[in-house]
Ligand binder design. Structure first.
Ligand SMILES: [Zn+2]
Length: 720
């Protein structure tokens, strides 16, 4: 089962110089001001293990002065580099640039984490104030012509500098970042670009806050237990708990960030399903202050105007230039090639469901809110499987320790030990030491798994501290998810989809934790978007690998392993409903690309009309199969830097299945395979052209066949 996740959140849209903290020496002292001095917990690098953030000391009021001081400090550092009287050298320009901004990054990484997973109204306001400032700060660096001239001078003579390959990559990386950001523009155009960048980031922050409020407000609330017929006792309890948390009567079903809501699979009251679906579908289209439509229509326009200024026909062309796919045409061709197979399969699945509805004398035509409920029954009939049968075998702690950690130990010989002395930003957060085979510490890893209203939707990974040999830092990495929180004293029982999410995010975490590079800007998971989901989606494969699955799928009460026929059915049913699953993702990805291939002179679009036209144009307008995200709540593209990049999940899926096939052909879950993957991919960050890095590891270009086979879109070979 493949479920795209939110993935890597981008660091406050600075997207640059993501350096970790080091102790500030006298020459590197943070600027003091009335608001910012040694009493601020961000003032110096944390003295906690691996410079873990001191959450026991950080107050909401500490962020603003620290962010402001951090930006001021980096401005001074960058000015000193730009105005250095010595001729530009790799050391005095690029290394110096990569070392700059340590205070800013120290604060920004923590601010980013907390605003994503534990937002307060104070921080929400601060985020709206700071977002345009971050954009302006980034522009100030990348549009500085003196600085660009130094970088360009080094770039021109890079071949003669006898740099090691990673240093050479750093030169190319920065040069392209500058050109990409508009450093080659005239001064007048730079002013225009800065304005557009600030407007874009203000719109994005506004979108994000509107959507959070809209999603919270659109939760389904009822005091009528009958409306929730079909729920298990434990699901009812957690819905009651959610109501209690909000001081509401009855039951509350908070919305997930995607179109389809997992609860629809079990709710037997059709009216309830329809109400929940409509709450989800219209969450951000209800008029009033939380309606996002005007915001996104303008954002699409601003992005198109930006691209034009930078010399590109549209935003996607500008955005994809440094991606593995390289052009929108390549990405669109790749997606278009999946549409006929995916939609044909979805239509066939819909017919099976309609047959079941008719057999039950339902007397209605299949609608999106019926899909999961009946698909679940079709699946049960075909595979004798329902989620509630599986869940008792998938208890969170067991899955984590005997599944996620176990697979990593088998492959990479790393081990994990929970510790309770590292401060966290919320009591649900847990912290683990990660050790290498030789006993040396590799990283700190945090997990924050349960849903709450202060947390954004989806699941993601990011870092508090980036690995860098230059700065002498080891990675401090975290995973966030939105699993339903069990009632107190109850075990957290997961769906297989949640289990896959755990493996997915942990795959990102491995990419961050195994980072072993010199320069912070090209370390760990800071790679092109259509590559970043490769380690995570690859890691999902272990969730259903028998050696791992059988090791962790044990009944939470009896410890009995999941019965063999149930296991076989879980595996078989992974291919079930793949027509729907792929179609909803391709529809969202094509929609993203349609929004971001608009030209600069396009009129302000009417969001709903545009969406319908785009889907029709792509043969993806299926009444029972809506896109995974509607434009008005498509956070990936309006908020999380996946603009013109949602296709990347599918692209990376092609890589991950091709890679898993390689593993299977070479003995599967072995130490040797893991070591090779770690050495050639997971530890390498962005230190080489990613296409070349992949081919060197795999021994050739990736093929789409293993992915289509996995999705059940091409016939299996007999006997498989
Ligand atoms: Zn991801």
């Amino acid at each position: 089962m493949k479920v795209p996740k939110k993935g890597i959140t981008t660091i406050l849209k600075t997207g640059i110089l993501i350096a970790a903290a080091v102790p500030l020496g006298p020459s590197n002292a943070a600027p003091q001001s009335a608001q910012f001095g040694p009493s601020n917990p961000f003032y110096a690098a944390s003295t906690l293990p691996l410079q873990a953030p001191p959450f026991d000391k950080i107050k909401d009021s500490d962020y603003e002065p620290a962010l402001e001081a951090g930006m001021a400090q980096q401005r001074n550092e960058v000015r000193a580099i730009a105005e250095n009287p010595d001729p530009p050298s790799f050391e005095n320009t690029l290394v110096a640039l990569d070392k700059s901004g340590q205070l800013f990054h120290r604060v920004a990484l923590v601010f980013n984490a907390v605003t994503g997973a534990n937002l307060s109204s104070k921080l929400e306001k601060l985020q709206e104030i700071e977002a345009p400032k971050f954009a302006a700060h980034r522009d100030e660096i990348f549009l500085d012509s003196k600085l660009f001239h130094r970088v360009a001078a080094i770039y021109q003579k890079r071949e003669s500098l006898k740099l090691d390959p990673e240093s050479l990559r750093l030169v190319e990386h920065y040069y392209q970042q500058f050109v990409h950001a508009g450093a080659n523009l005239s001064e007048a155009d730079k002013v225009e670009l800065k304005k557009l960048n600030e407007e874009e980031s203000t719109l994005s922050a506004a979108f994000s806050n509107k959507l959070l409020a809209a999603t919270k407000a659109a939760a389904y609330v009822t005091t009528d237990k009958k409306a929730l017929a079909g729920f298990s006792e434990s699901r009812l309890k957690s819905a009651a708990q959610a109501a209690n948390d909000r001081k509401a009567e009855g039951y509350v079903l908070p919305l997930q960030n995607r179109t389809q809501q997992p609860d629809l699979a079990s709710l037997s009251e059709r009216a309830t399903r329809q109400a929940i679906f409509e709450d989800s579908w219209n969450r951000a289209e209800r008029g009033g202050t939380n309606d996002t439509r005007e915001t996104i229509a303008r954002m699409a326009q601003v992005r198109a105007q930006k691209a034009k200024l930078l010399g590109f026909p549209n935003f996607a062309a500008w955005k994809l230039r440094d991606q593995m796919a390289k052009t929108p045409d390549a990405a669109v061709k790749f997606m278009d090639s999946m549409v006929p197979g995916a939609t044909a399969k979805a239509v066939a699945e819909g017919k099976d469901i309609q047959t079941l509805i008719d057999a039950q004398k339902g007397g209605f035509t299949l609608q999106p809110w019926d899909w999961d409920f009946y698909a679940q029954q079709v699946r049960k009939a075909k595979y004798d499987l329902d989620e509630d049968q599986i869940k008792p075998y998938l208890e969170l702690n067991r899955v984590l320790e005997d599944g996620v950690f176990f697979a990593a130990t088998q492959l990479y010989e790393i081990t994990f030990k929970e510790r309770h002395d590292i401060p966290v930003y919320h009591p649900d957060v847990r912290v683990f030491d990660v050790f290498d085979a030789d006993g040396k510490q590799v990283a700190l890893w945090y997990c924050d798994y349960f849903k709450r209203d202060t947390k954004g939707g989806g699941a993601w990974m990011d870092v508090f501290v980036n690995q860098s040999k230059l700065l002498g830092t080891l990675p401090v990495v975290y995973n966030v998810a939105n699993f339903p929180k069990p009632a107190p004293g109850q075990p957290a029982l997961l769906s297989f989809r949640d289990v896959t999410t755990m493996f997915h995010e942990f795959g990102h975490a491995l990419h961050g934790m195994f980072a072993n590079t010199m320069y912070p800007a090209i370390s760990g998971a800071q790679v092109a978007r259509d590559f970043v989901e490769f380690p995570s989606q690859f890691n999902e494969n272990w969730a259903s690998d028998p050696a791992v699955f059988n090791h962790c799928a044990k009944h939470y009460q009896t410890g009995e392993p999941m019965p063999a026929d149930l296991v076989a059915n879980v595996k078989k049913s992974a291919k079930f409903n793949q027509g729907y699953a792929l179609t909803e993702i391709v529809a969202a990805a094509e929609l993203d690309m349609e929004w971001h291939t608009l030209s600069a002179d396009a009129v302000l679009e009417k969001v709903d009309d545009f969406e319908i036209q785009a889907l029709k144009h792509k043969n993806l307008f299926l009444s029972a199969v809506p896109p995974r995200y509607r434009s008005s709540y498509f956070a990936h593209i309006w908020q999380d830097e996946y603009a013109a990049g949602y296709y990347a999940y599918l692209w990376a899926e092609m890589l991950d299945h091709a890679a898993f096939e390689w593993f299977e052909n070479h003995g599967g879950l072995t130490r040797e395979n893991g070591e090779r993957f770690r050495r050639m991919i997971l530890s390498r960050g962005n230190t080489e052209d990613l296409g070349k890095m992949y081919s060197a590891w795999a021994g050739g270009e990736p093929s789409i066949e293993p992915m289509l086979k996995f999705r059940g879109l091409v016939p299996d070979e007999p006997g498989k």
